[in-house]
Design a protein around this ligand. Structure first.
Ligand code: PNS
Length: 160
């Protein structure tokens, strides 16, 4: 059996920070399932299908990466996929509180599932999907912060 981890998130859209966490995660895990949360309440720019497609495009040539979407509790999805580890990236300290709360809630809900953190590459320490969207909406050049396929879709979507 291979060691699998779930890397969950909104990925609206995936940034190069996410990509770097996934590539680092492959050092420790044979298989990583990138799981896009289906959350109808969020004011999303990209549809779930678009987000899944962009992630698949980025990792098309990378063995060990599966891209999927999920709804409901993350721990239920981990059970479904037979995974015992949730992988999350940490950037600046601002992430810590939120991540600690989520990790503790998940541990409360399912004590056999562990959350493991990887430090984001310092080049992408301040990159977030929300700031990328905001800058792109206002005409800023974010092409170095997101994969190429995301950059071109942002341009198309925002009509620039
Ligand atoms: O990229 P994000 O938005 O920071 O990812 C958040 C995510 C998807 C990991 C989190 O919202 C999540 O796991 N949602 C599923 C619902 C759930 O399990 N909630 C209880 C644990 S906090």
């Amino acid at each position: 059996m291979t060691a699998a981890a779930i890397y969950p998130g909104s990925f609206d859209p995936m940034t190069r920070g996410h990509v770097s966490i996934i590539r680092s995660g492959l050092v420790a895990f044979d298989r990583i399932v990138v799981a896009v949360l289906r959350n109808p309440r969020k004011d999303a720019l990209f549809t779930i299908e678009e987000r899944v497609e962009m992630i698949r495009e980025e990792f098309a040539d990378t063995p060990g990466i599966e891209v999927d979407s999920f709804e409901g509790l993350l721990v239920d999805y981990c059970r479904l996929k037979n995974a015992r580890v949730v992988l999350r990236g940490l950037r600046a300290v601002a992430d810590f509180e939120y991540e600690l709360q989520m990790a503790n809630m998940n541990r409360h809900l399912e004590p056999t599932i562990e959350t493991m953190f990887l430090m984001a590459n310092d080049a992408y320490f301040y990159v977030s999907s929300n700031l990328v969207k905001e800058a792109a909406r206002l005409g800023g050049d974010v092409s170095r912060l997101v994969p190429d396929s995301v950059a071109s879709r942002l341009t198309k979507k925002l009509g620039r």
